[in-house]
Ligand binder design. Sequence first.
Ligand code: ADP
Length: 331
Amino acid sequence: MTNKLGGSLKKIGVLTSGGDSPGMNAAIRAVVRTGLYHGLEVFGIMRGYQGMYEDDIFSMDSRSVANIIQRGGTILKTARCKEFFEPEGRKRAFENLKKRGIEGLVIIGGDGSFRGAQKFSNEYDIPCIGVPGTIDRDMAGTEVTIGFDTAVNTAVQAIDKIRDTMDAHDRVFIVEVMGRDAGYIALHSGIATGAENILIPETKTDIEAIIHGLTEKEKRQKLVNLIVVAEGEEFGGADEVAKVVRQRLPKADVRVTVLGHIQRGGSPTCEDRLVASHMGYYAVESLLLGRKNVMVGVINNKIHYTPLDKAVKEKHKIGQEWMKIVKILAS
Ligand code: ADP
């Protein structure tokens, strides 16, 4: 049997791997329904590569993805699989695909998951298509990743609330958002909430300039200041920054809030549902067209394909222009 695009592919698998992000369910739904539309059998693989290794794989139908588009998390669950780092682990995973005749994979995850996919695909000649699901938005080859919009909006809502109480009491608030290697959540949520300072891993933190700004405000008896910090910023997060501020300005009322995992959960925004649906659809189409080892991304609102090895080697860089804008708008 040939599918509707004329190819010979009959069975594909879909999995979510690594860190979860809101919108992964919408991507799974798109992969399953697009696959079924084209006459494919679609297998769900539980807990990422762990399920591939442990043979936790099941056939999905249209109903199995009903009523999930609005749900955070992932119905396929996600995990980190240490066995997949080893050739024997990947071999066992391959045997489990082979016995079902699965000939192509859609991997929804971050750069670690794509690194695994690339290795696997090179060893066993199974075409793998990556769909970038990460709240960090730090992948090369795409300006959009599934989950970022939801995470950043969650951060904005929380920081808006913090700002109200900060203003009422004349306090310095240091809010830590997620981002071990990437400052996008901090940058976007900081700009959107009017933060005076935004500290991110990609740029050097000028702590003296921050202290100077706070000291000037203290002299004017108006020490209200919002600092948004990415967890991977060079000082090591909000608590560490607070230590320095408290040391240098002992009279300041300094408070710390770490937003943590609320940024990963919750119902995905409309934007994330759309992006996930779009990418999931094109991931299946890619397999049917015979593409191999590419990541589906979006650049300038258009679908863009990047080889997996390039997507994992490079990082999407924050433009310095943004940091200049932050300074001007906060002055
Ligand atoms: P993310 O996809 O969110 O970046 P991880 O970096 O934790 O998440 O990677 C997810 C999983 O992908 C790992 O637990 C492992 O199973 C697989 N993986 C990551 N890097 C490699 C690699 N170099 N070789 C083989 N498998 C890998």
